[in-house]
Ligand binder design. Structure first.
Ligand code: ZN
Ligand code: ZN
Length: 143
């Protein structure tokens, strides 16, 4: 059964089959602003496992590490559902919360801890990175 991520109003959707290659929490300021939360959590799926549908607008931004991210959000309700990040070209990022599904795997990575709110803690084993630069070469993708 594919999992379906969607925006608040339901018109923008991303359908993902199989399991994500990576689930990562990100504490960078951009993710804090995008989500309105202390951190964002992204699931990354290989492109061929994802199908998207619905009207969307693209907000392109640089990342704190200087690479480009294209965020696709619903023009009606404003939720960001999926994105493409330059540092993981073959993968599509889908907002974990947009699945509203407790079966989505836990994050295995906590990135940009340099700007993590000090009261945030995780109760399970995961990799910790101070910044995203350290990500390249360190990411352990599930096969
Ligand atoms: Zn919407
Ligand atoms: Zn981030």
């Amino acid at each position: 059964m594919p999992r379906i991520a969607r925006c608040c109003c339901g018109s923008l959707r991303a359908e993902a089959t199989g399991e994500p290659a990576l689930v990562a929490a990100c504490h960078c300021m951009e993710c804090q602003r995008r989500t309105g939360s202390p951190f964002g959590v992204a699931t990354y799926f290989p492109k061929e496992q994802v199908r998207t549908e619905g009207p969307n607008k693209v907000y392109e931004r640089g990342s704190d590490s200087g690479r480009k991210v294209e965020l696709h959000f619903c023009p009606d309700c404003g939720s960001t559902v999926f994105w493409q990040a330059e540092y993981v070209r073959d993968l599509i990022g889908i907002a974990l919360g947009a699945f509203a599904d407790l079966s989505v795997p836990w994050p295995t990575l906590s990135g940009w801890e340099v700007t993590m709110h000090p009261w945030v803690t995780f109760d399970h084993e995961l990799d910790h990175l101070r910044k995203q630069e350290e990500l390249e070469g360190t990411v352990r993708l599930r096969s």
